[in-house]
Design a protein around this ligand. Structure first.
Ligand SMILES: Cc1cc2nc3c(=O)[nH]c(=O)nc-3n(C[C@H](O)[C@H](O)[C@H](O)COP(=O)(O)OP(=O)(O)OC[C@H]3O[C@@H](n4cnc5c(N)ncnc54)[C@H](O)[C@@H]3O)c2cc1C
Ligand code: SF4
Length: 341
């Protein structure tokens, strides 16, 4: 049985108090939300904070406001996101991403903020301490070599959050608070393509809110590839958000890929390709082909990398056809039954 290492537990009641504790403790502390990722990582000694600053008791982090747009507390559980009818109606890509995270039990504990800040994953890293010691560890923790690409100077662990690609397609931003002040950062600027330094959040900052604009007139969708349909981390995510004029011309578009790099990737060229066009089969096929060029999966997660690269185009096509209003039941069944070639 894997045991947690010893740690000090702090349970502040306000964001200010949490920020003061973080500032005082420095790098020895980490924030604990639902703990569904951090606690297993601690058991595997991938992350070994000496102090955990628990966010669960901070009421402000659970607030949900919707007026013009939506503001979601980072402490909202994924179940609360899934149960929220405004999210379901106005931001379907986020809803579809949240409902496919892990299992109902994990969604009851796991939070939106924790999902956005989720650690990157890799076959050589998500192992217990003894396993990792047997290969002399790796660059991401305790070692020097990257076993996926030994000549790489950078860790290539995979961004495995479901909600981040969806939120990025929806143009979300997050509020970060520390004792130094507050700042708002777009999801696109929150991430870096580096498996170790995958997030630009400073260690003393708390992600407090996720903000979404009023997206009246937009449609969105999230498609996920995973081994087990019941629960599994994504090995590919395709999120799209589109705004169309009354005659069906695309006015704005954002296509984002998840789990193909150390950060969610905004596919600019593919997104702009759709602007000014109607969503014809050929426009969709061209945009999907452009988007799939961004996918450079490595051999460090499930399925073969060549196959994951190849089906990227299909998944973007499905997401775009979904927002066009096609009946996608057959495609969903094929994915659930592993009938993709
Ligand atoms: C079996 C299993 C299956 C899973 N499947 C999926 C899946 O399919 N898709 C998926 O996306 N995830 C999956 N997860 C991972 C995890 O359950 C979710 O990502 C969950 O949303 C994490 O949220 P949490 O609140 O539990 O985060 P925690 O574990 O508490 O924290 C995760 C990280 O975020 C940081 N953090 C948390 N909140 C904040 C904040 N407010 N400000 C700054 N930093 C913060 C923590 O310090 C930590 O580094 C799975 C986990 C397990 C165990
Ligand atoms: S990509 Fe390389 S350095 Fe990063 S976790 Fe995997 S093996 Fe380690």
């Amino acid at each position: 049985m894997m045991r947690l290492p010893r740690f000090d537990y702090r349970a502040p009641g306000t964001i200010d108090e949490a920020a003061r504790i973080l500032a005082g403790e420095g790098p020895r502390a980490m924030l604990l939300a639902g703990g569904t990722d951090l606690l297993p990582n601690m058991k595997r000694r991938q992350q070994v904070p000496q102090t955990l600053v628990a966010l669960r008791g901070i009421a402000e982090l659970h607030e949900m406001e919707n007026g013009s747009g939506m503001c979601m507390g980072a402490g909202a559980t994924l179940t609360e996101i899934v149960d929220n009818q405004v999210v379901k109606k106005n931001y379907p890509a986020l809803w579809q991403a949240a409902v496919q995270v892990a299992t109902p039990h994990l969604r009851n504990m796991g939070t939106l903020g924790g999902n956005i800040c989720l650690d990157t994953r890799c076959t050589y890293y998500d192992q217990n301490y003894e396993w990792r010691r047997a290969i002399d560890f790796c660059m991401k923790k305790d070692g020097e070599t990257c076993w996926v690409a030994p000549s790489s100077k950078r860790c290539l662990a995979v961004s495995s959050t479901d909600t981040a690609p969806a939120l990025m397609a929806l143009g979300a931003s997050v509020r970060l608070v520390s004792t130094d002040g507050e700042r708002t950062v777009s999801l696109d600027d929150l991430y870096a393509n580096d498996g170790i330094h995958y997030i630009t959040r400073k260690p003393n900052e708390i992600l407090t809110k996720v903000e979404l604009d009023d997206l009246t007139g937009w449609k969105s969708s999230y498609w996920k590839l995973r081994r087990r349909g019941s629960f599994d981390f994504p090995v590919l995510g395709a999120a799209v958000a589109l705004k169309c004029a009354g005659d069906g011309t695309v006015e704005d578009a954002r296509i984002v890929l998840g789990a193909v790099a150390s950060r969610p990737l905004l596919c600019d060229e593919a997104s702009s390709h759709l602007r000014g066009k109607t969503l014809s089969d050929s426009a969709i096929a061209e945009a999907a082909a452009m988007a799939s060029k961004h996918a450079k999966p490595m051999d460090n997660t499930d399925f073969t990398l060549h196959w994951r690269k190849r089906v990227t185009q299909e998944f973007v096509t499905y997401a775009l056809r979904d927002v066009r209003g096609d009946d996608m039941r057959t495609e969903r069944r094929r994915i659930a039954r592993h009938e993709l070639e």
